[in-house]
Design a protein. Sequence first.
Length: 125
Amino acid sequence: MQPGPDMTGITAFRDLEHRCGGRDRNNGYSNSGKSRFKQKRISEKKGGPKMSHNVGGTERGIRVAIGLMLLGIGFFHVLTGALGVFAYVVGGVALLTGLVGYCPAWTVSGINTCGVNEAKAGAKH
């Protein structure tokens, strides 16, 4: 079946979107007429998703130290081959989780080495 003269190109696509409950003409947002930028800023003011800390201060320092040490071991070729790559990966993950203060593995395991005040402070950032 061929489309009629008024159902070609973009017109047919818009009609299909409308019938299938696709995006509206406001870039996928509700009919409020606000741009994506304004919508994002409004959701940020409401709080948006927050990531709480689950790695305490002492553990963060240890993770950063171990991460830097392992990255140095890999960088200076103390370990080569697969062990060097392993040192890079584990060192990078340790450094990142130490700097950020959040460890996804601790979340899955239900471990939280933060004090109550540190966890609340992390949720505000």
